[in-house]
Design a protein around this ligand. Sequence first.
Ligand code: ADP
Length: 390
Amino acid sequence: MLVLVVNCGSSSLKYQVREVVPAPAGGTGGEVLTSGLIENIGGPAIRDHTQALELLAGRLGDELGGRTIDAAGHRVVHGGERFSAPVLVDNEIIRAIDRLAPLAPLHNPAHVLGLRAVQKKWPSLPQVCVFDTAFHRTMPEHAWRYAIPEDMYVRYGMRRYGFHGTSHDYVTGRAAQFLGVPREQFDGVVAHLGNGASVTAIKGGRSYDTSMGYTPLAGLVMGTRSGDLDPSVVTAIMRRDPSMTPEKLDAMLNKESGLKAIAGDHDMRTVQEAADGGDERAELALEMTAYRLAKYVGGYHVAVGGARALAFTAGIGENAAPFRRRVCDRLGALGVRVDDDANAVRSQEVRRISAPGSALEVLVVPTDEERAIAEATAALVERHGGRPAR
Ligand code: ADP
C-alpha cells in the first residue's frame, strides 16, 4: 500500500510516500519512494493549501512513475483528551481537530487546512490522523494534573498532554523488541532529543509520565526552548516590562531560550564544538541540558518502579555520543555504566551502549515518525476495509 505521509504547517507541507507491506507480525513501512517539502504557502507563488495540493499531485505524478497513493496519513500535533489512537478521517473528525485549536494555535488550524485540501483533491482517498499527544493518554491523573484550581482544567483544559508521542511509542516498541521483552512488560525511559526534546517514563509499554506539558515548552532544556521554569518568572517579567506581551514572552521562551540563550547557538553540533574549544558558555549550556535530563531520568526511574532501560533517540540522542556520555555519567549513582567503544559507534541500527553490569541497559534507538505514521495509516485503512481510491 502506498501511503502519503503529510506534515502540514501553516506555510509549509512536508511529505513522504512510503510503501507499506502489511504483515501479520507488524508491517514494514520502511521504503521511502519519494519525499519533499513545499514551502511559502500563502505567498505570491502558492496561494493556499489547495494550490499546494495541486503542486504535490503534479510532483507525485512525476515521481511515482504512474503509481497512485492508497491513503494519506497526517501528523497532527494536538489530539486533546479525545484522541488516544490514530483515527480514520471524516468531517466530524476534522471539526474536532479544529475545535482543539486553542490548545495548538500554530498547528491544528494548519492541519485542518491540509486535511481539507487533500479531501478536495482526492475525495475518496482514505485519510488517517496520527496524534503527537495520543500515546500519552495512558498517563495516570496524578501525573497529568497540575496542582492549580480545578476551574483552569475544566474551562481551559490546562493539564499535561505531552508530545512526540509517535516517536516515544515507536522507540518503546523497538527497544522492547531489541531486549527481547514483551512490550507489556517493558519499563523504561525514552529520551527524544531533537530541536524539541522530551523524555517519557514507560511503564508496561505505555506512557506513564512525560516532560512536556500543556505545550511543548515544558521539561528539558532544548535548542531554543527554556523547558521548566518557575511560572512567576513570566508574571514578574510582565510586571517589570509592560512591553513584554504574552506573544513576546511566548517568542522569548520558545525561540530565544535554551541552548541558544546560554551558548549563543541552538544547534548541538555547534555547541559541542564550541565547548570542545574551551567556550565556557557552551560548556555551561551542555551541563545544564545534561543535568536537567539526568534529573528527569532519575525521577522517571522511580516513577515506573525501576526502569530496565534508557533509550536515546532523535538528532541529538542518536548522534551526539559525548552528550550521551555526559548524561550517563550523571546517572552513575543509579549504577549506569557506558561502554565508550559502543557509544562511539555510528549506525542506523538499534544498539546497546551500556557496559556489562550496568544497572540500566542504555540503548540508542533511531526513531522514524514517518514510518510509524505510514504503518498506523495502513493498518487502520486495512482494518476498516478502506478501498484505495484510484
Ligand atoms: P527536529 O526536532 O527538528 O526533528 P532533529 O531530531 O533532527 O530535530 O535533531 C536536531 C538536533 O540534532 C540538532 O541540535 C543537531 O545539532 C543535533 N545533531 C544532529 N547530528 C548531530 C551530531 N552528529 N552530533 C551532535 N548533534 C547532532
